[in-house]
Design a protein around this ligand. Structure first.
Ligand code: FAD
Ligand code: NDP
Ligand code: 3IO
Length: 430
């Protein structure tokens, strides 16, 4: 079998060579990486790579998709714009172009990410899905197994950066009778535009930012959305008196405890939005920032859905009991005739399915230690972009991780000039 060694350092411990000469390892193509392997070429992975590039640390970055930022390119609706003002969404070392609007569109954001990858010469290996990553104590290195097309690969490296995101997989709950339902059923990640739903009665399940914005987009295309609010939700205006609510909250947090900031936000929200109970929307008992912190539930930043709710264009309905042909029965006993269902039921991390035996991630695939400490585990494993704080949190993680890896890498290379990149391809014994 083939064994390609990327940037193979001359003085790599001899243990590695022993490990390489062993059993099943050679049933697949194996690559020895001098530097970290980064899993995921979304904003988090790209930001880490930029930091590494600046310090001269070589790396390999992998993505299961055929492009960078696949969440943004392949799994979002056309009308999507960033929710937070641009200064909270740019990645480190390379700001947004000055002509970007306050809330860039997804196309502008993708274009920026593409120029980011180009600027830092980041060339991910695409269509390569990580199936398993495991720390091998015998050689003190990570083994990262991937599948690409019909081919299996194994990367061997000292550092592993997990950047697969909080939104790696769609959540699709089970509903009684949904297989009997004869209309279109799709998850919000497959929704592009309401054009194809014109004149249709659409049940939107879920009232997070996705549910709200899909419902709003359906209104723009003359469809008839009903949105399921099974529990409660915080809706905040995107701006208060012309100033971004997120920015306001961030500034207040510097001076006041979180619970006090939450109180202020709620007073301002009720002043600007009114009492939402009248429309069938209850607020959770915990405040918006507290809930985001403890449950990861993002408050809705309203960009127009609420007006449609108030005008009755978006109907609010309670939880679902069951589906049948052409209809849904709700927990209050009401029956609705519907043509289509859009599941805006959220996303989850996929880390537990591929990262084995580590001290960093919980069984839900999120860091066990809360922000800002959850970025570093033992034995060279790192997490980037799992802070529940969007792109800003990802950037902070990325800076820390790149610096931490860069420090060790450069310390070690100071003693020797051998860490120059020698790319070699060699045949293995088996
Ligand atoms: C609709 C939507 C809108 C959002 N808007 C905002 C916003 O305005 N502002 C904000 O701050 N945040 C926003 N977010 C949050 C979002 O999580 C971040 O914007 C950002 O995409 C996170 O970047 P990431 O690189 O951590 O994850 P992702 O962008 O999800 O990238 C992870 C990458 O990992 C790859 N991957 C996953 N599993 C594997 C595997 N096993 N092997 C190989 N590759 C793998 C995926 O293909 C993907 O390309 C939004 C999220 C959604 C869903
Ligand atoms: N423009 C932007 O910046 C946008 C950002 N986003 C971000 O993407 C991330 C994901 O958002 P989103 O996709 O909305 O997911 P969320 O996890 O925020 O929301 C999921 C929704 O689905 C509901 N739900 C789940 N299961 C069921 C069920 N069985 N029956 C009824 N309702 C159910 C939840 O209700 P419950 O609370 O009761 O569990 C909740 O309302 C968030 O961080 C969000 O901010 C999304 C869209 C646009
Ligand atoms: O994670 C998201 O989806 C965002 O839109 C960014 C975000 C991070 N932290 C928040 C707190 C309140 C509102 C939005 C966000």
């Amino acid at each position: 079998m083939h064994c390609a060694c990327y940037n193979h350092p001359d003085h790599l411990p001899t243990m590695v060579h022993h490990a390489l000469e062993h059993e099943e390892l050679f049933s697949r193509r194996c690559i020895l990486v001098n530097g970290p392997v980064i899993v995921g070429a979304g904003p988090s992975g790209l930001a880490v790579c930029a930091g590494l590039k600046q310090q001269g640390v070589p790396f390999v970055i992998l993505d299961r998709a055929n492009c960078i930022a696949s969440l943004w390119q392949n799994k979002t609706y056309d009308r999507l714009k960033l929710h937070l003002p641009k200064q909270f969404c740019q990645l480190p070392y390379y700001p947004f172009p000055p002509n970007f609007p306050e809330y860039p569109s997804k196309y502008q954001f993708i274009k920026y990410l593409e120029s980011y990858a180009k600027k830092f010469e980041i060339n991910p290996r695409f269509n390569e899905s990580v199936q398993l990553a495991k720390y091998d104590e015998t050689c003190g290195l990570w083994r990262v197994k991937t599948v690409t097309g019909d081919c299996e690969m194994e990367y061997i490296c000292r550092w592993l950066v997990v950047a697969t995101g909080e939104n790696a997989e769609k959540v699709v709950p089970e509903f009684e009778g949904l297989d009997e339902f004869d209309g279109t059923v799709m998850h919000a990640c497959d929704y592009r535009s309401g054009e194809v739903f014109e004149g249709k009665r659409v049940l939107v399940v879920g009232c997070g930012n996705s549910g709200m914005e899909v419902s709003l987009d359906l209104c723009h295309h003359n469809a008839f959305p009903s949105m399921v609010v099974r529990s409660s939700v915080h809706i905040l205006p995107r701006e208060i008196a012309g100033k971004s609510t997120f920015e306001l909250a961030t500034s207040l947090m510097k001076w006041l405890p979180l619970k006090v900031v939450d109180k202020i936000l709620l007073v301002l929200a009720s002043y600007t939005l009114g009492n939402l109970k009248n429309y069938g929307i209850n607020r959770p008992s915990k405040g918006p920032l507290e809930l985001k912190n403890i449950k990861g539930k993002t408050p809705v930043l309203d960009i127009g859905a609420l007006r449609k709710i108030k005008s009755g264009k978006i109907k609010i309905v309670p939880g679902i009991k069951k589906f049948s042909q052409g209809r849904v029965e709700l927990v209050n006993g009401a029956n609705l005739e519907i043509d289509s269902v859009i599941l805006a039921t959220g996303y989850r991390s996929n880390v537990p399915s591929w990262l084995k035996e580590n001290d960093l991630f919980s069984k839900e695939g999120m860091p066990m230690t809360p922000f800002p400490e959850g970025w570093k585990g033992k034995a060279g494993v790192y997490a980037v972009g799992f802070t529940g704080r969007g792109l800003l949190g990802a950037s902070l993680d990325a800076i820390r991780v790149a610096q931490d890896i860069g420090k060790t890498w450069n310390q070690e290379t100071k003693h020797t000039n051998h860490y120059v990149t020698v790319s070699c391809e060699r045949r293995c014994n088996k």
